[in-house]
Design a protein around this ligand. Structure first.
Ligand SMILES: NC(=O)CC[C@H](N)C(=O)O
Length: 189
C-alpha cells in the first residue's frame, strides 16, 4: 500500500518517516498525477494559506477533490485540518472543504503559541496520546456526520468523517505512531 504526503510546504518529511516506520510505502506528492496510485493522503502542518495557494497553482486542489470523491482517505494535521474544513472562521482562503467542520485558526491564543497535552482518546485505549500543538487551530463545531475523537478544554482536536481524519496537533513530532496506525486502518476499511 502506498500513502502520499502532500509536500508543498510544512512538516511533510516527518510524516513520511512515520508512515515508513508503520510499514507502508510513503511518497511525496507535488504533481496531480502522483495521486493516481496512492490509497491515502496526508496533508501536513505548515501554513494553511500558503499550502492552499500552492495546491491551486500546482493543479492539486481539483485533483484531490476528485480523488476524495472516489474514496481516497485523507488525514490533515494542523494546517491540514484547516484545509479539510468546510468553514474557516473569518477567512475565505482556499480549502478542500471536505469535512463538515468549523475551524478557528491560531485558536489557542498568542500566549500559547505552542504547548503539549496528554489526550485521552477512548478509540485508541491504553495510555494517553502526547499531543504537540504549534499555533494550532481547533474545531469549534461539527456536523452530524462527524465523529469527535478527542478534546482539550472542550475544544475538538481530533475528528473523523468517514474516510477523512483531522488532528489539530502534530503526531509526527512524537514517538507515538497510533494516529498514523489508525489512519492506515481507515484506508484499509
Ligand atoms: N502548525 C500548523 O500547521 C499551524 C497552522 C497555521 N497556524 C495555519 O493557520 O495555517
Amino acid at each position: 500500500m502506498k500513502v502520499g504526503v502532500l509536500a508543498l510546504q510544512g512538516a511533510f518529511r516527518e510524516h513520511r518517516w512515520m508512515l515508513e516506520r508503520c510499514g507502508v510505502e510513503a511518497v511525496e506528492i507535488r504533481k496531480p498525477q502522483e495521486l493516481d496510485d496512492v490509497a491515502g493522503l496526508i496533508i501536513p502542518g505548515g501554513e494553511s494559506t500558503t499550502i492552499g495557494k500552492l495546491m491551486i497553482e500546482w493543479g492539486l486542489m481539483d485533483k484531490i477533490k476528485e480523488r476524495a470523491a472516489n474514496g481516497l482517505a485523507i488525514y490533515g494535521t494542523c494546517a491540514g485540518m484547516i484545509l479539510l474544513a468546510k468553514d474557516i472562521i473569518g477567512s475565505d482562503q482556499p480549502r478542500l472543504g471536505l469535512m463538515d467542520t468549523v475551524v478557528r485558526r491560531n485558536a489557542f491564543g498568542r500566549q500559547r503559541e505552542s504547548f503539549e497535552a496528554d489526550l485521552n482518546v477512548p478509540e485508541f485505549g491504553g495510555k494517553p496520546v502526547r499531543a504537540v500543538f504549534i499555533r494550532a487551530p481547533y474545531i469549534e463545531s461539527v456536523g452530524p456526520a462527524v465523529q469527535v475523537l478527542a478534546t482539550v478544554n472542550d475544544k475538538i482536536v481530533i475528528a473523523r468523517q468517514g474516510k477523512f481524519l483531522a488532528t489539530a496537533f502534530h503526531p509526527e513530532l512524537t514517538d507515538d505512531d497510533r494516529i498514523h496506525q489508525y489512519f492506515i486502518k481507515m484506508i484499509q476499511e
